[in-house]
Ligand binder design. Structure first.
Ligand SMILES: *Cc1c(COP(=O)(O)O)cnc(C)c1O
Length: 227
């Protein structure tokens, strides 16, 4: 079931790339395995999937310990500074950096472990009160500040779009994140690349791909609903 679902999602990503005149190699599907058991992840592994997303620090650590080390774990949830230690050195990319305070905590833990941490800045494009992330107009300032931290590399931006009935409604959100990444890239800040755009979930990933996503984070369409 998991394998079939992954194939279906990959097909839809490919079709969205064709519609947008993009190369399918430029879009990577992250299988969001949060709350799901090891066996389901193993099923995804058996069909070649290597990129998984988790939103809880301890859950990522637990799964990291028991699963093959060639998995690329993406941390996509809100991260508290006291849990940074579980994520640094295990996640290949932290998608959800939304404050300088958090960036400093990641810096400190990365220095301690002697690793470079790759991060994205989470932007609350829709300005929903219920969501984490900086507002668009604050993103540049956070990028500039975090870029000075020697054990951090900023790879791009991430957003979580609102839940909407018609995914077309989120197109403008994805466009805004893309445009913001172009604005920031044009400043040529040291240590900052804007090559990564993490946007799109089960409900709206095809639209996100059409609007420039390089990572889509899909859970439900692959592993089924979560209770
Ligand atoms: C849970 C989650 C997803 C996946 O959501 P689905 O709607 O199940 O695809 C994507 N991104 C983040 C940040 C999440 O927390």
């Amino acid at each position: 079931m998991v394998q079939e679902n992954i194939n279906k999602v990959e097909e839809k990503i490919k079709a969205a790339c064709v519609r947008a005149g993009r190369r399918k190699e430029d879009v990577t599907l992250i299988a969001v395995s949060k709350t799901k058991p090891i066996e389901m992840i193993e099923e995804a592994l058996s069909c070649g999937k290597r990129e998984f997303g988790e939103n809880k620090a301890q859950e990522l650590k637990q799964k990291y310990e028991v699963l093959p080390k060639d998995i690329k774990w993406h941390f996509i949830g809100h991260l508290q500074t006291n849990k940074v230690k579980y994520v640094v050195g295990r996640a290949c990319l932290i998608h959800s950096v939304d404050s300088y305070h958090l960036a400093e905590a990641i810096e400190a833990e990365s220095a301690k472990k002697n690793v470079i941490s790759h991060i994205l800045i989470e932007v609350n494009v829709a300005q929903e009160d219920s969501k984490f992330g900086v507002h668009e107009e604050e993103a540049m300032e956070l990028v500039c500040a975090a870029a000075k931290l020697p054990h951090i590399k900023i790879d791009g931006l991430m957003t979580i779009a609102p839940f909407v009935e018609n995914p077309e409604q989120n197109r403008k959100i994805f466009r805004k994140l893309y445009k913001l990444s172009v604005d920031i890239a044009s400043k040529n800040i040291d240590n900052v690349s804007m090559g990564v755009l993490s946007m799109g979930m089960t409900n709206d990933y095809e639209i996100a791909v059409e609007e420039g996503a390089t990572y889509v984070r899909v859970g439900t369409a692959i592993f089924g609903g979560r209770s």
